[in-house]
Design a protein around this ligand. Structure first.
Ligand code: FES
Length: 206
């Protein structure tokens, strides 16, 4: 198998943090069991969290998780057609707040030929761009690698592969379920959040 590491800094965040989300304190780490549901700012308790720890909000843009381009808004043409994926955080376009206060907000974007997407994935995509949680559903590692051979999203911790053309269903490895998908749109040429995650974000054990 040929894999290309796409985001080598993905594990640079603190090994363990505690974050209060929706009134629930959860431990989040690179290989843990954190999990939370998609929610909106107006859902009450989540609004008490800082804006950087809120889950993605409709209308949010996306920016890179590290490096010189962190803070830049991502457009479809910034993503290589056919992969690999880029690890990103949502960002409030009004304030510029990057929602990196929760590791569970780590997402990935990949741009594919729309004709290769299955019907459900195409409905959530925009100009071939699809967005998923980047938190592996097995034990929470970042899904940061790309299999050129198979065209799959690859988690290097235990070898799970997800098919980005088919709602990130599991095609190999131990993960128990697909990655949550996020509907996206295009506004002013920029990729925007257009809905909520299709399922719980995080790993299997909570
Ligand atoms: S944490 Fe991803 S395969 Fe185990």
């Amino acid at each position: 198998m040929t894999q290309a590491t796409t985001e080598p800094g993905a594990e640079r965040r603190p090994a363990t943090r505690r974050t209060v989300l929706g009134g629930l304190a959860v431990a989040v780490c690179g290989c843990g069991t954190a999990q939370w549901a998609p929610a909106r700012a107006e859902d009450g308790e989540d609004a008490a969290a800082g804006p950087d720890a809120l889950p993605p909000q409709i209308g949010d843009r996306f920016t890179y998780i590290y490096g010189e381009k962190m803070g830049d808004v991502i457009r479809p043409e910034d993503l290589p057609l056919g992969g690999d994926q880029k690890l990103v955080y949502p960002m409030d376009p009004t304030t510029g707040t990057i929602r990196d206060g929760s590791r569970l907000n780590m997402m990935l974007l990949v741009r594919l030929d729309p004709d290769t997407l299955d019907e459900e994935t195409r409905a959530a995509a925009a100009e071939g761009v699809v967005a998923y949680s980047a938190v592996c559903t097995h034990h929470g590692c970042p899904v940061s690698m790309w299999s050129k051979r198979a065209g799959t999203l690859y988690c290097s911790c235990h070898g799970t592969e997800y098919d980005p053309k088919a709602t990130a269903r599991v095609v190999a490895g131990p993960a128990p379920r697909r990655l949550p998908m996020m509907p996206v749109g295009i506004e002013d040429g920029e990729i925007v959040v257009a809905g909520q995650f299709t399922s719980w974000v995080g790993s299997q054990n909570t």
